[in-house]
Design a protein around this ligand. Sequence first.
Ligand code: ZN
Ligand code: ZN
Length: 420
Amino acid sequence: MFLLPSLVSTLTVLLLLSTLLLAATEDYYNLLGLSKTASDREIKRAYRTLSKKYHPDKNPNNSSAHAKFVEVAEAYEALSDSNLRKIYDQYGHEGLKQHQQGQRGGGGHHDPFDLFSRFFGGGGHFGHGGGQRRGPDMEVRMQLPLKDFYNGRETEFTVEKQQICEDCEGSGSADGVVETCQKCGGRGAVIQKHMLAPGIFQQVQMQCDGCGGKGKSIKHACPVCGGARVVRRPVTLTAVIEKGMPKGTRLRFENEADESPDYVAGDMVLTLQEQEPKLGEEESAKTDGTFFRRKDNDLWWKEVLSLREAWMGGWTRNLTHLDGHVVRLSRERGQVVQPGQVDTVKGEGMPIYHEGHLHEHHDGDEFGKLYVEYMVVLPDQMEKPMEKDFWALWEKWRLKKGIDLGKDSGRPSAAPHDEL
Ligand SMILES: [Zn+2]
Ligand SMILES: [Zn+2]
């Protein structure tokens, strides 16, 4: 292999830098991106996220990511244990180190891959190739109002899933002792001999009834999972709905499907669906926008005009959009709107979502169009004098200016009537 000298020196500098960075251990809270008051749940969540991010399987040939992976595991082990956390908060790294040396005579940490497998199952590695078994993906659906697709939102959701038992860390044993099954010697199967006829035997392989085929036996089953190694429990995850995401968007939560010590957890896939519009309870939710219809990046709205407005003009409407801002529709006096006419309002449709990256246009935000379709309602009741006035007015002008639509249409004249 040939390396240019300059590249070699760059590499050396990089290596030196990373060594220097490693020498000063980063504050555990900083490392996990947490504040000193972080809850246990937040600590767990931070570990889940960061351990996946820095896992060596995802960062091949990246020694600084590997180091981070180890540090994140150390930080989690210290902060997830209330006793160790207290010591760390008070005495810092040094205090913790001394405590651990006193405890275990030499100290040292657990294998970070072990910790990883307690969260995600398997042998501490991702299931992409490498012979690791991978569990099935999990499908979840969420109904959201159009407003959330327009404004974007971070929302928590809770699903029940199979999780590795925390009490026994997936061993199934109350005391952590898991023995190889005596009966099958860990093979999970036993050979039985059947005598078919005197002196003639058939050998049959059967599942070991001592361990149920697992090859391992537990004397004291974990009281939480009853030896099953897993429990079904609700988990709460956070979904980030970005402005303008199309409906049907599938958000993938890596390794968040059912967990098992026997395989690496698959992904949880959350499908975003659009909820049927309904009037919200709160005043702020009662916007016209609630009833917009979405078509890709565009929105549709039906506006109702009276006969007078449609014909004579001279009106304004304030349409409250999905984020509360107002879109003004109007016509000057004398401007006619035909029934079914559609106005196109640029920039008032949905925000345009660009998958994977923020768009780099700086001409303001990008939005689709809003189409406003007009409907005209005619009065179906009039007071007698009013009706008379109108009739007279129509008669006067019809005789002067009126167009006979029947004649004008060019259709053949009406079919002859059957006079009976
Ligand atoms: Zn057995
Ligand atoms: Zn258990």
